[in-house]
Each structure stands twice: as structure tokens, then as C-alpha cells.
Design a protein. Structure first.
Length: 205
């Protein structure tokens, strides 16, 4: 006999399969009602695991609900939501203030085959120049020249400090030799926005 977990996985796979289009005549309303009744019965006839899961499924906004076993002997469980970085809260119901960055890179003709290590940081204008979040990746022009990179950069405090000015700081190195190629600064002109969207073209020096 399959376990509840295996039943659930099989059920989810079948549920997410693309349904074939079914064309109905105008006189087929009764057939549709019967189909819906059978569908409800088939779902409700499953184990409590499925009922509880689907009740909780809709409580996690833009995220995945997870059932955690605290004690197998006492059958103690709790539910949690696996929130993406852009959301937080018990049910992922709140949006994080963040920078939504889309960036494309360009380089000189003599560096088309040079592998670069790029670090993108969200920093503030304080004396400490605190790094709130960062992303690191490699860039190769002959491979990535047509690619656009998308990142979410989060603030370290919630909510962000409205008295500070924030900038996008980009450091560029040659990956193999670790030679420093340069840095770029892009100020954020609209700090009052909870989600600041930036589209940039960065030229590697």
C-alpha cells in the first residue's frame, strides 16, 4: 500500500497535467454538473492528509506549504510556508521592500573571450557603506552577450531606512587572473518606492 506522501505526489502530478479540451453542447449542462459532483467526491474521499494539505495550500501566498513532523510518536505536526525572498510572514502575505534589477553587460572587442567575475551589491551612503545584499556570478561575452540578468536585492532592515541613500555597486574582476577591471555605481533615484525597478546597461571597462 502506498504511503500518504506517495499518494500525494502521484495526485499532484496528475492534477497538474494539462487537461485536454472538451467541447460541450449547450444541452450538456447536466453532464457538467455530474462531472463536478464526481470530482468533489473523488477529492473528499482521499485521506485526511490530502484534505488538510489543500486547505493549507491556499493559505500560503506565492509560496509552497510544508507539513513538518514535530513528533512521530504523538503525531504532532505543524505547517509552514516556504516564502520566496520577495515575501515574508507566516503565510508569505507581506512583500519585502527590494530592488528588482535587470542588467545587461557589454564589453570591448578584445575581451570577448575573457571570463569575468562580477559582484553586484546594494549599499547605502553611510560611512560604513553597509552591504545590504549582493549577487555574484560569472560573465563571458561570447556566451552571455545577449542575456539579461535579473536579481532581487533586499534591504537588511525591514522596513528600509528612509533617511539613507542607496546605490547599486558593481565590482568586476577577471576570473582567472583575479585582475581588477573596475567598479560601477548606479544611484537609486526614487528611494520612496517599496519595490524599486532598475533596468541597466553596464559597460565593462
Amino acid at each position: 500500500m502506498l504511503s500518504d506522501v506517495r499518494h500525494f505526489l502521484c495526485y499532484e502530478i496528475k492534477r497538474k497535467e494539462k487537461q485536454q479540451a472538451k467541447y460541450l453542447s449547450l444541452n450538456a449542462s447536466r453532464e457538467v454538473e455530474n462531472h463536478n459532483e464526481n470530482k468533489v467526491k473523488s477529492v473528499n474521499s482521499r485521506s485526511p492528509f490530502f484534505e488538510i494539505y489543500h486547505q493549507r495550500e491556499y493559505e500560503c501566498h506565492r509560496s509552497l506549504g510544508l507539513r513538518v513532523w514535530l513528533n512521530d510518536k504523538k503525531n504532532l505536526t505543524r505547517y509552514t510556508c516556504l516564502c520566496p525572498p520577495s515575501f515574508y510572514g507566516d503565510q508569505c502575505q507581506y512583500q519585502n521592500q527590494r530592488v528588482s534589477l535587470t542588467i545587461k553587460f557589454q564589453t570591448l572587442s578584445d575581451s570577448l573571450s575573457t571570463l569575468f567575475a562580477i559582484i553586484i551589491s546594494l549599499i547605502d551612503d553611510s560611512e560604513q557603506r553597509i552591504i545590504h545584499s549582493h549577487e555574484q556570478f560569472t560573465y563571458l561575452s561570447i556566451r552571455d552577450c545577449k542575456s539579461k540578468f535579473n536579481f532581487y536585492l533586499l534591504y537588511s532592515t525591514r522596513p528600509k531606512n528612509q533617511t539613507k541613500t542607496y546605490v547599486i555597486h558593481i565590482d568586476i574582476y577577471e576570473k582567472l587572473s583575479l585582475s581588477y577591471r573596475g567598479s560601477l555605481l548606479f544611484p537609486m533615484k526614487f528611494p520612496f518606492l517599496p519595490v524599486h525597478r532598475l533596468s541597466l546597461i553596464a559597460v565593462i571597462p
